[in-house]
Write a protein that binds this ligand. Sequence first.
Ligand SMILES: [Zn+2]
Length: 349
Amino acid sequence: MKIYPEEIKAHKLYMMEEQIGPELKRDQVDIMKKWEIEFLTKLKKRKFSHNLLNFIILVTCLSLWIRLVFVVGSEVAGSLYYITAVLAGVMTYSLTILSTHEGATHKLLFLGSSYFSRVMRFLSSNLSRFFFVDPLYYHSMHLDHHNHTGTDKDGAYTNFVWPSRFLITLIPLAGALPFCDYKVHSSNKRSKSKFISECLGVTTIILISISHWGNHSMAQILLFNILFLSVSFSLDRIRETVDHNLLPAGSTSARSLGTGFWAILIGGGPWGQPCHLTHHLCPSLPWYGQIMGHHKLKEILSDEQKKMLMPLEKRNFLFFFVDVVLKNIKYAKKVEEQEIKGRLEHERP
Ligand SMILES: [Zn+2]
């Protein structure tokens, strides 16, 4: 993902001017690291139950998605048709984050070297390709994101986002627009992996269109496809933005939304990223370990740290989200003003 120097500049300015809550202390990080090791030691003995749980979740979610899109979608009419498309978008996002993040990138969905694990690892890691996502590109960006969070080497830098870059991601089919570069699901450059994802993505669209044909007009089917893809993409961009925006670099560079309604919706389900701070502190934990770790983390954070790193403990998501967007607009303007002032001083004879 492209990083703009103006964003790094605006982030620095924000850090200098605003009162940031106390960062995580070394001993707090150590407590979580120790907890992660204990969890992973237990997990080694429970690989079968772990794999079975993820298999059930994957098959159930996929079956529900197929039923919702192909059966319900072709039967309902009027506004229910578009509500189905929005629900399909939410489920697509959830399946995509499970496949690319938990599966293809962190390799935590199916553990062990059995034939079943290897087959399921391959299938689950490539599932997102049916929704135009390139798991290889995501993987490369995401590892840099973990290793260099909040710095100019972060492959998915979102600690400050230039407002126009973010707002574009909310318009229909933004993920496919050539001028939209605020994304990690696919590169704007050509590659074999991207081509495979595009072919499988188009196959999904064709199959949906054929199954709806006869019950809905061409325009309605087109709108259904646009809606479900756009909802999925926009939810991902909102989530990744609020996970890191306006936080310092380092171990305090991520926040957790928790386990409430908004956290599960924006996080992409319990197996998505509702507890992103725990994930950054303990990246080897599977999704349910992150939720358990979140409750552990809550016990050791101060109220001020929780205010900064677990914003939905005390605030509604919508207020928090609007606040984040407005602060990005405010600091983007400040950087623009500084640059204009700098140019004028430079040009002065
Ligand atoms: Zn990750």
